[in-house]
Ligand binder design. Sequence first.
Ligand SMILES: [Zn+2]
Length: 155
Amino acid sequence: MSELPTEIEVGDAYALRTFKAVDGRLTSIVKRGSHWEDGKCEAICLARPEDADHEVPSGDCTCGVYAFWTVEELLNQYLDFARRIVAVVRMDGLTIEGSNGVKANAAQIVAWWCAEDAPELVAACAASAPGTRRFFDRDVMIGLYPSPETRNSNG
Ligand SMILES: [Zn+2]
């Protein structure tokens, strides 16, 4: 890893998410009606849908696609889910960095890991993120898609 960029853009960065499976599809744990199609999610703001000037995400609004920089933060927030499924997403468009993660206008699943005893999650990943790579070792996957924060802490 000798060719890391010296300046890291948050946009286009890799981050981590977890999901639940509903009707055989990956679904957000916290947001009702979030839409992941072909592994992609484009955020829309439900709080201010009539405001054409409202940017998604915004610092003063909860809209956006959320993800975490580290698996420790993800497990800390959503242990029951993240111990069974972790997905690497590429954050796209406008992004705002928070204390332990990032929210973005859009995100795309690029890789995923599921626990061996979670066939319904494996099926949901295959259905909701076709063509993405399944990993059988979570930490190997995360190592291949380092977040900006992981890169920074590694020097
Ligand atoms: Zn909003």
